[in-house]
Write a protein that binds this ligand. Structure first.
Ligand SMILES: [Zn+2]
Length: 382
């Protein structure tokens, strides 16, 4: 707990742009946890220190070579020898064997953590690892309870993978904390569905992250299907705030003929966006973005671009942090946002890479991937 608390405090003080090197993180079962708290790299000699002590690492915990009859591992070292053969080696060779095996276990876990970050299931991995030792679970619960806001700030707004329930601590996860907070801005709701993690959720959000992607044992899918009006109203309010409900006069949802899932969104004759299949988020078209900007209070959901970069962004270039004049501080990574110029005209729409609060901390870092832009690309005009 002291290590976790220390790490979060340091993370808070350091700009996110600076890699955080964390010394002394020992056992690989803690790697996922410390990365989730903001550590970028480890410099641990634990694998060698454990080897000197005759300790054989596994991801589930540490064993002593002297107690082993079989190696529960298929790394090159463990495939070559039996524990009996290793035990009969000279002391120095035993240590070298253990160090090489322990290093394999650490490297394997680091690869898994990286894959979990890419796939959006890092907290799922942390929850799994927390089952290997009650102290680790205790540290996780402590962290969720005491650092909700710190963790929420860097947590992606949407993910491609599901949110898996693994025990009581799941209720305290940063995604759950945020979702419950954001639900308060969805107003004038007539129909809800009940959930274990989020309590009452407006029916229009049944396909939207994290509500539609959460898996809790014994929890059934909602029986009712939202109307077009409920879908649009609840999703827009959840993503952009209560004012967004006034953006479209006559919204119509076109559903997929094969699956019945909501897809394209029109306002009368005009296509204003789509509801994305994997996370149920509204992805505005340029016309949809213009209509949203008209009703959303400044600077909600906006990335305001400096005058000298406005044309670059309008032509589809990725928005870098130094292009940004002003920003909605509530913006989170992987959120649909609108790039505007200093007179609030739409330049582009796209998805963020960082949170709004991190713009100050990164000098020259990609911030927003542009999906649609108002001018043709440079190459198309030549
Ligand atoms: Zn091994």
């Amino acid at each position: 707990n002291i290590q976790a608390e220390y790490l979060i405090r340091v993370r808070e003080l350091l700009p996110s742009g600076k890699p955080l090197h964390f010394w002394g993180i020992g056992h690989p079962s803690t790697f996922a946890f410390f990365v989730a708290l903001g550590a970028d790299s480890f410099d641990s000699a634990a694998y060698a220190l454990f080897a000197e002590d005759g300790r054989y690492m596994t991801i589930e915990g540490t064993m002593y070579l002297k107690d082993l009859e079989e190696f529960p591992c298929d790394c090159p070292e463990c495939s070559r020898y039996t524990p009996k053969e290793v035990k009969s080696m000279p002391q120095e060779e035993i240590m070298r064997f253990l160090a090489r095996h322990n290093l394999h276990v650490c490297v394997r876990e680091i690869k898994k953590v990286r894959e979990a970050i890419r796939g959006g299931w890092l907290w799922e991995l942390v929850q799994m690892r927390a089952r290997y030792h009650p102290k680790l679970l205790e540290a996780l619960i402590f962290t969720f309870k005491h650092f909700k806001d710190e963790l929420e700030k860097r947590e992606p707004f949407s993910k491609k993978s599901g949110l898996f329930y693994s025990g009581e601590e799941t209720k305290e996860r940063p995604e759950v904390y945020r979702a419950k907070k954001m639900l308060r801005r969805v107003i004038k709701v007539k129909r809800f569905f009940s959930t274990v993690l989020y309590d009452q959720v407006p029916i229009g959000l049944r396909y939207t992250y994290p509500f539609g992607q959460t898996h809790v044992p014994g929890e059934a899918e909602p029986e009712e299907e939202p109307t077009d009006e409920e879908l649009i109203s609840h999703i827009l309010q959840y993503q952009f705030g209560p004012e967004a409900v006034n953006a479209f006069e006559n919204p119509i949802v076109i559903r997929s003929k094969s699956t019945g899932m909501p897809r394209q969104v029109f306002d009368g004759e005009e296509r204003v966006g789509m509801i994305r299949h994997y996370d149920g988020m509204f992805v505005p078209s340029l016309e949809g973005a213009r209509k949203l900007v008209r009703v959303l209070p400044y600077p909600r959901s906006r990335v305001v671009i400096k005058r000298r970069f406005a044309e670059t962004v309008a032509r589809g270039t990725t928005v870098f942090t130094h292009f940004i004049e002003d920003i909605d501080p509530e913006i989170r990574p992987y959120q649909e946002v609108i790039a505007v110029d200093d007179s609030d005209s739409v330049l582009a729409v796209g998805k963020t890479i960082l949170s709004g609060l991190e713009v100050e901390e990164f000098e020259n870092h990609p911030f927003m991937k542009v999906r649609h832009h108002v001018l043709p690309r440079e190459s198309e005009t030549n």
